[in-house]
Write a protein that binds this ligand. Sequence first.
Ligand code: PBG
Length: 336
Amino acid sequence: MSIDYALPFGQFPRVRPRRLRRTAFLRDLVQEHKLSTSDLILPLFVQEGTSTKTPILSMHNTFRYTIDELVKHCQHIVDAQIPAIALFPYIDPAMKTNLAEEAYNSNGLVPRAVASVKQAYPELGVITDVALDPYTIHGQDGIMNDQHEILNDITIEALAKQALSHAQAGADIVAPSDMMDGRIGFVRERLEKNGFTHVAILAYSAKYASTFYGPFRDAVGSAGQLAGADKKTYQLNPANGTEALLEATLDCQEGADILMVKPGMPYLDILWRVTQNSSIPVFVYQVSGEYAMLQNAISQNLLPESAILETMIAFKRAGANAILTYSALDVARLMS
Ligand code: PBG
């Protein structure tokens, strides 16, 4: 910065930054960042069956919806002017296998959910999760050998099939969240070859091996399968920052349209570094553990509900173009 208060004469009392904080109109005029409902994406959980919404105990006011209930719920999202949802499936344990074949069943839960939502609300953006963890018997995001190693190149073949099945069902954006090497290029090529040149890829580029995913793993039913195992051989080490830039660069070169940083609040520095270095949009995911932390504090009156808005503006300040948050409907209500 060259025009600044460090000049010899630019000192108190001539310089008083508080002048611009004196009244609301001044604060509004000089505000640098603004949050809008059009910045929000609501992640939603879907399950088999009809007329059921099952509460997720670890996540306040969050449910797994059967497809009919999901479609009904979408009306609230459209009314709140939230532009998109991200779908995550709860798969019946009996359908889980080591090869995760259910992940690319074109008549599976996710493709049916996508088609139903798009039919009822063609304008609502639908993002799907491309990853095998809801479908594997061990809850890992990849296919495993007998030595319990995650096999990269077989996994990305399954991911390409999965992404294609979502595109065929009408998904607007497919979002690989698995952190296998080369998966973005593989998915991009598969989509191109099959005529889905318009389907965007949201790449979870900087996805960390985080403890903050616990409630989500309950929600999709992979916690039991994982049985305490971690994902450190593919997700990023929380102690690393520069490596996130490598992943972001590779995903961009392989054909990603949008990058993602995840989790959000504990990784704002990563979000900032990626947004400052990226020429494509960057989204951030405020994950289940962050949601649980905020909701627990709010329910015990330790924090006001507006604390959620503060976390949202922090993401905007750090450069996020959009925010995936389980609080999206609450945020829209708090803003209105
Ligand atoms: C897995 C996936 C995870 C989340 C989204 N996709 C969890 C994991 O990597 O174990 C976490 C989201 C959240 O915690 O809200 N493909």
